[in-house]
Structures are given as C-alpha cells and as structure tokens.
Write a protein that binds this ligand. Structure first.
Ligand SMILES: NC(=O)c1ccc[n+]([C@@H]2O[C@H](COP(=O)([O-])OP(=O)(O)OC[C@H]3O[C@@H](n4cnc5c(N)ncnc54)[C@H](OP(=O)(O)O)[C@@H]3O)[C@@H](O)[C@H]2O)c1
Length: 271
C-alpha cells in the first residue's frame, strides 16, 4: 500500500503526509520541484505537475490511494484537465482518492465524482494556518482587519491531515463530502486576542472598512479574486462555516484542536 500525496509541500498536504506516516503508511510526496523538497524517513519525493497529466505516470506507479488538490500553479488556478488526470489515476490502478476541495470547483471534482474511484472530498472552513499572515502585525502589537465580529469555526490543518489520512486508510468513507470545522466559533477579535495571549502581549485590533481592507490587501499583492473572496466570505460567513459540526471528531475519533492550541504550537512565529 503506497499513498501519493499531491500538494505535499503545502500547508494541508504536509499534514496529510505526516498523518499517513504516523499511521505507518508508505508515502510518496509529489512536487514540481523535487530537488527543493525535504521530508523525513518513509517519504519518497517524486516530481510531477498536475497541469500535465502524463507527468504523473511514474509517481502513480503502484499507488493504492491518492490525495489530490484541485488547482495547479502558484495562483491557485482551477485545474482544467480533470478528466485527463482521472484517466491517468484510474489507469494506474489507484482505488481510493481524497480531494481537498476549496474556494471554487475545477474540472477535477466532477471527473472524480463520475469515476470508479472510491472518492471523498475534504473541504476545510478557514484553515488556522491562515493566521500566519497576521504574524508581522501581531509582533508589532496592532492588527488591522475588516469584520472584527465575523465568526468562523476555523479548523487546524493537522486535523485536515488526520481526516484525509483516515479516509485513505479506512473503508466506509466513499462518496462522503466532508466539510471540516474546528470545535469553536471564533470572531476575528477573539482570534487576535488568542494570539496575543499565546505570546503574552496586548495586541490592539483595529477594524478596517471593506474599502480600506481592499486597499491594504492590494498593497500586499493579494490577487484581486482572493480579495473579493475574502471580503465576501467574512462579510457574512455561511452558517456551515461558523458552526462546529463534529466531522473531524466523527472521522478521526479524536478531539478537534482549538485555536488556542494552534497559537501555542506556533507562538514562536508571533513573538
Ligand atoms: N486557506 C483556507 O482557509 C482554505 C479554506 C478552504 C479551502 N482551502 C483550499 O486549500 C487549498 C490550498 O491548500 P494549501 O493551503 O495546502 O496550499 P499551499 O500551502 O499554498 O500549497 C500549494 C501546494 O500545491 C502544490 N502545487 C501547486 N501547483 C501544482 C501543480 N501544478 N502540480 C503539482 N502540485 C502543485 C504545491 O507544490 P509544489 O510547489 O511543491 O510543486 C504546494 O504543495 C486551496 O484549494 C483552497 O481552496 C483553503
């Protein structure tokens, strides 16, 4: 049993690799730049680019289960070759697939759903690791963001990895579309206060208007479609994004990690 993790060098994929390794499963980590990637023992680094399905041939050889992402490129462009990718995956004899679903669908999701694979989608709400973007501001004691009272049930990236690994290793999840939340509904102000407590510093929260936030994100080089998405989602998060749903707990049998735990684990970045 070998598992191929696509996006293995990324926030979520890294955690999928870690959870599979913790379960003792052999893992192949796919990256476009194999020379630049370093993983621990038990992880074979393989080269491949999702935008060119044929480049995955040797990475897929002998693979039982694959963890997929639905974008290709550093701008998160939705994949346009979903059918080719699924044909390549099926012809390699892969039986099970998890798919990190996200902000928008690509051609991959319908192709996977229509395939003979035992597939499962894993969609996070807000990922806790997004908080790393606030590190500079937290270090300076002042965070400027819009929608201070907007709440989400943000999820720990380690829990996304645990769910994906469980689904790849266990029977019983085929056809499930899992939305993953954390255990709490936290407002932006509360998230910043939690980070302040983790580093024992008072951090002022300054609420920006949506227009001020757009100007600030543009200055940081955030692509326009991501700005639109963030402003839309945080203006009025859908109920399912801010309601803890217990899926992490149900799938993994463990407790979903809190943001306070995440903040303690990552405190060094915010000091
Ligand atoms: N952040 C959130 O709150 C949130 C919430 C819901 C959903 N999501 C979803 O999460 C996803 C982002 O995941 P992430 O945060 O783990 O990403 P990330 O940390 O930015 O990592 C991106 C990964 O994608 C790989 N990659 C990019 N283009 C590739 C290609 N053409 N071929 C092969 N690999 C490629 C990169 O590998 P190499 O560079 O090594 O090749 C890297 O491992 C998005 O789909 C988003 O919709 C995020």
């Amino acid at each position: 049993m070998t598992f191929l993790v696509v996006g293995a060098t990324g926030t979520v994929g890294w955690q999928v690799v870690a959870a599979l390794r913790e379960a003792g499963a052999p893992v192949r980590a796919l990256t476009r730049r194999p020379g630049a990637a370093t993983f621990g023992p038990g992880v074979e680094v393989v080269g491949g680019d999702l935008t060119d399905a044929s480049s995955l041939a040797s990475a897929l050889h002998g693979v039982t289960g694959v963890h997929l992402i639905n974008f290709g490129g550093d701008d998160y462009a939705p994949l346009e070759n979903g059918r080719d990718l699924v044909a390549m995956i099926e012809s390699a004899g892969v039986r099970r697939a998890t798919m990190l679903a996200g902000w928008s669908e690509s051609t991959l999701e319908p192709a996977v759903r229509a395939s003979g694979l035992a597939w499962t989608t894993v969609s996070p709400t807000e990922i806790m690791a997004n908080a790393l973007e606030w590190a500079d501001e937290v270090r300076h004691g002042r965070v400027e963001r819009p929608y201070g009272d907007s709440r989400t049930a943000m999820v720990h990236e380690g829990d996304i990895g645990s769910v994906a690994a469980t689904v790849l290793l266990e029977d019983g999840h085929a056809g499930a579309e899992y939305l993953l939340t954390g255990p709490e509904r936290l407002s932006m102000r509360e998230k910043i206060a939690t980070l302040g407590s983790a580093v024992d510093r008072k951090v002022e929260f300054v609420e920006l208007t949506p227009d001020q936030a757009r100007v600030s994100m543009r200055a940081q080089g955030v692509p326009e479609h991501m700005i639109d998405f963030q402003l839309e989602v945080f203006a009025d998060p859908p109920a399912e994004y801010n309601t803890p749903n217990g899926v992490v707990e149900k799938v993994t049998g463990g407790k979903a990690r809190t943001f306070a735990q995440w903040a303690q684990q990552n405190a060094a970045v915010f000091r």
